[in-house]
Design a protein around this ligand. Structure first.
Ligand SMILES: Nc1ncnc2c1ncn2[C@@H]1O[C@H](COP(=O)(O)OP(=O)(O)OP(=O)(O)O)[C@@H](O)[C@H]1O
Ligand SMILES: [Mg+2]
Length: 311
């Protein structure tokens, strides 16, 4: 069963300089219980994709396509219906826990908020549940910490609190957007093992730059480049036998593989080039790469790629 099915999704931001095409023709599915890792360089559209699913982008964003959650198209729902799903069935751990938490509300009350709203519990019961959730995300002295404010939490604890908020109403699907950015190494490892635990029982979209964490947590991987998916498949296949030259480039830029950076930079999303979007930086580029935009090609039932080499 698919829990999320994204079909031909486009998201663009109108700006003075033109339309920023942050996501183009995205097709992805996430099965029940699966964790899909979304990787790609900064600015390629990962957060925009996550925010489009949650329908949290600014109102003037131009969005087309379909996002089915358990068969219903989220993009066709009224805002009121969407609000009922957000936080209850769809949880999101945002990219920046420091700015996402409310500084003037205790952490316990912030967790309790969603529980009161979606599950109709009374304040006292919701606060008790909040404490249980803080215990679950391994915050020591949860009962005491629950009454404390975000500034009294360390970065790692804030991230855990964000995870507790996202999990408060037992959502079926969770989006975690770079939950470990800005954390020191040891704290990061703790948060990753917590997420790995969460991923065991939930369907998840895990947005990350941390390829090691992705290989630990995810079942499948989608690689995004300049607003489009260029490779998508089983995690072991994508990491051990990447098909797209861009994916190979990302893997070769890892310290253990020699730190070889991909030359050049990604194209402007306002003025996307014709043909393959990666051609300028690609060592395998041929004449046809300038001529035609490659389509996503199914290499096997568990591996797809957008590259002319496989035509
Ligand atoms: N509100 C907006 N208006 C105009 N452009 C935007 C807006 N929000 C995002 N963008 C642009 O859309 C593109 C994709 O942004 P996004 O935040 O999704 O990148 P990302 O892949 O999440 O990067 P990172 O890894 O750094 O988090 C970027 O070029 C960004 O500048
Ligand atoms: Mg992002």
């Amino acid at each position: 069963m698919d829990i999320i099915r994204i079909k031909n999704l486009n998201a663009g931001f109108p700006t003075k300089r033109g339309l920023v095409r942050a996501a183009t023709s995205v097709d992805l599915t996430i099965r029940e219980g699966e964790c899909l890792g979304l990787i790609g360089e900064s600015g390629c559209g990962k957060t925009v994709l996550g925010m489009t699913i949650m329908r949290l982008l600014q109102p003037n964003t131009i969005i087309s396509g379909e996002i089915f959650y358990k068969g219903q198209n989220l993009l066709a729902l009224k805002e009121e219906e969407m609000r009922k799903l957000r936080g209850k069935e769809l949880g999101m751990i945002l990219q920046n826990s420091t700015t996402s938490l409310n500084p003037v509300l205790s952490v316990g009350d912030q967790i309790a908020e969603g529980i009161i709203l979606h599950e109709g519990l009374r304040k006292k019961e919701a606060r008790e549940k909040a404490t249980e959730l803080l215990e679950k995300v391994q915050i020591k002295n949860a009962a005491v910490m629950s009454k404390r404010y975000p500034h009294e939490f360390s970065g790692g604890m804030r991230e855990r609190a964000m995870i507790a908020i996202a999990l408060a109403c037992s959502p079926s699907f969770v989006i975690a957007d770079e939950p470990t950015t800005g954390l020191d190494n040891r704290t990061m490892k703790g948060v990753i093992s917590l997420l790995a635990e969460v991923a065991k029982s939930k369907s998840m979209l895990f947005i990350t730059h941390d390829l090691a964490a992705a290989s630990e947590i995810c079942d499948t991987i989608a690689v995004m480049y300049a607003g489009e998916i260029v490779e998508w498949g089983d995690v072991d296949e994508v990491f051990s036998a990447p098909l797209h030259p861009y994916t190979s480039g990302l893997l070769n830029s890892l310290p253990e593989r020699g730190f070889i950076a991909i030359p050049g930079s990604s194209p402007s999303l306002i003025d996307l080039p014709g043909g393959c979007r990666f051609k300028e930086r690609c060592a395998c580029s041929e004449e046809r790469c300038a001529r035609a935009h490659p389509l996503m090609k199914e290499i096997s039932s568990s591996h797809k790629v957008r590259c002319h080499r496989y035509d």
